[in-house]
Structure formats: structure tokens, C-alpha cells
Write a protein that binds this ligand. Structure first.
Ligand SMILES: NC(=O)c1ccc[n+]([C@@H]2O[C@H](COP(=O)([O-])OP(=O)(O)OC[C@H]3O[C@@H](n4cnc5c(N)ncnc54)[C@H](OP(=O)(O)O)[C@@H]3O)[C@@H](O)[C@H]2O)c1
Length: 274
């Protein structure tokens, strides 16, 4: 498919849950794809309603997605995926680009379950794609071409940061960013609760905690500075921040977070081997 045809391309989602909707919403908000050019399938109407509300087409038939779309996102839970691949394999052609977002399902498995020569890619998004601030890693299969990767990046870039990487980074990305969103919420909660303890109303504390995380992340991205450099710039000798950082060090914040990333990455590897 030519790049200019992207706006008219039919983008399909097999599985229409939280992550499919987050990715579709990111694409729509940026106007990269028109709603009428998105077709989503799922067995029930539970999640399809959200696609319909955005003006997208929906169906209960996965094969209809194959028939109408070029870019097919596989967005069912990982344990459902083998059944879906078996169902769609006879309808997959060399024109299709199949993109799986299922955690733990490897490119090798996808290629084995689809016809020889199928263009296959894996992506690992995270939920902030819904507000166009996601972090996505993509890895290409043996038959995916440079232009497939370029078009996929263009489709996904409205959802946030989108980087190509070796497949082995996908589990690490899950530990860092997919699950990482939850660690950040836990940190935000603790930050706000500290303020509540000191007498600030909860609603205000939550809002300021969120804005603090957003601002700190923005500075880190925009300056490209190492976080340690940015952190030390906030520390006045003998001031408030260094006293607080000492408490965080006593609580082993850094070692605990590193352990959390390691635990989630190992779990993602383990789930992928099943
Ligand atoms: N959530 C995350 O943060 C996250 C992050 C990275 C990657 N992922 C990956 O994204 C994928 C989807 O996760 P999710 O959280 O979006 O799950 P979800 O909300 O449970 O959505 C799953 C969707 O699959 C549909 N489905 C079930 N059986 C199907 C079938 N046979 N054919 C077609 N569709 C079928 C469901 O239909 P109904 O609507 O009828 O129930 C639902 O729409 C998973 O593989 C997960 O590993 C998720």
C-alpha cells in the first residue's frame, strides 16, 4: 500500500477491548485514519459499542475484518489468540499486515500459525495510548518490509512514542512501561497521601501529584538529561528535597523499583513460554 493511501486504508481490530480501543482512539484523535475506515470485531457488543460511538464500523465476524482491511491488529487476550489465528489463517493474504499486541505470543508462534510469507509484526503498547501519551515498542517478523514498519509507525505515532526494537525487548518493555503505569499510579497515590497527611484536601493533592509527574516526565523528555542530573538540580544543599530524598533512600525506593521491573519482565517471559 502506498503511504498516501493511509487515510483511506481500512484498519481492522480483531478484539475490541481496552487496548484495541486505546490504540484506535489515538489514531482517530490525530486524524491519521478516519473512523469509517476502522472495522472492529468481537463476539459480543460489550466493547463494540465504544467503537460505534466513535463512528467506526463493527462486526461479530473476524473474517469480515480480513476481507475488508489491510492492517489487522490482533487484540484478543493471549490465550484466545491461537484459536483466532486458526480461524483467520485461510483468509490471510500477502497483502495483509498482521500486527499482534498479545503479550507473550512470539513472532515465531505467529508466523507458524499463519501462512508462509505473511507479514507479521508485534507491538507492545500501554494504556496511556488512549490520551496519545503511550509508549509502544514494535518488532518485525521475517517477512515484514521496511515500508510496513514505516506505515505502522505512522499509524501508531499519534498514540505516543513508538520505537522499533528487537523482539527480546518486548518483555522488558512490559516490565518497564506496560506494567510500569501501575507503579507510577502507586507512587502518585503515595505522593498525594503524604500531602493529605500534612493537611491538603485529597482532590487537590491528587491533581497536583499528577501534574508533578507529568511535568517531571516532560522535562526529562524535552531536555534528554539523565534523571540523576535533573534530580540533583532540584537539591539545594541542606534544603527540603535532599532531606526527602534521604528518606526515599532509607526506604530503598530505587532498589525496590528495579526489583519490580525485573519481576514483571520475568513474569512476562514466563507467560510467553506457556
Ligand atoms: N491492557 C493493557 O494494559 C495491555 C497492555 C499491552 C498489551 N495488552 C494486550 O492487549 C490484548 C488485549 O488486552 P485488553 O486489556 O484490551 O483485553 P480485553 O479488554 O479483555 O479485550 C479483549 C477483546 O477480545 C475480544 N474477544 C474475545 N474472544 C474473541 C474472539 N474469538 N474473536 C475476536 N475477539 C474476541 C473480547 O470480546 P468481548 O468484547 O465480546 O468481550 C474483547 O473485545 C491482550 O493480548 C494483552 O496482552 C494489553
Amino acid at each position: 500500500m502506498e503511504e498516501g493511501a493511509l487515510r483511506e486504508a481500512l484498519v481492522g481490530f480483531i478484539g475490541a477491548g481496552r487496548m484495541a480501543h486505546a490504540v484506535a482512539r489515538g489514531m482517530l484523535l490525530a486524524g491519521e485514519v478516519q473512523a469509517v475506515n476502522i472495522l472492529a470485531s468481537a463476539p459480543s457488543n460489550r466493547n463494540l459499542d465504544k467503537f460505534q460511538d466513535s463512528g467506526c464500523k463493527t462486526t461479530h465476524c473476524n473474517l469480515e475484518v480480513l476481507k475488508n482491511c489491510t492492517f489487522i491488529f490482533l487484540a484478543t487476550k493471549p490465550h484466545i489468540l491461537p484459536v483466532v489465528l486458526q480461524e483467520i489463517a485461510p483468509a490471510v493474504t500477502p497483502q495483509h499486515v498482521i500486527i499482534s499486541m498479545a503479550a507473550g505470543v512470539t513472532l515465531q508462534t505467529l508466523e507458524e500459525l499463519l501462512p508462509i510469507g505473511t507479514k507479521v509484526l508485534r507491538i507492545m503498547p500501554n494504556l496511556p495510548c488512549v490520551v496519545q501519551a503511550g509508549a509502544i515498542i514494535l518488532a518485525r517478523g521475517t517477512c515484514a518490509r521496511e515500508q510496513d514498519v514505516a506505515l505502522l509507525k505512522r499509524l501508531l505515532s499519534p498514540c505516543g512514542l513508538c520505537e522499533e526494537a528487537p523482539e527480546s525487548y518486548i518483555d522488558i518493555h512490559t516490565g518497564l512501561s506496560g506494567s510500569g503505569v501501575a507503579y507510577v499510579y502507586m507512587f502518585a497515590e503515595a505522593l498525594a497521601e503524604g500531602a493529605v497527611k500534612m493537611g491538603m484536601p485529597g482532590t487537590m493533592a491528587n491533581k497536583i501529584a499528577a501534574q508533578t509527574l507529568l511535568g517531571a516526565a516532560k522535562v526529562m523528555l524535552e531536555t534528554g538529561e539523565h534523571p540523576a542530573v535533573l534530580r540533583s538540580a532540584v537539591c539545594t544543599p541542606g534544603g527540603t528535597t535532599i532531606h526527602a530524598l534521604h528518606e526515599l533512600e532509607k526506604g530503598a525506593l530505587r532498589a525496590t523499583v528495579m526489583n519490580a521491573v525485573e519481576a514483571a519482565t520475568s513474569r512476562a517471559c514466563e507467560l510467553g513460554k506457556r
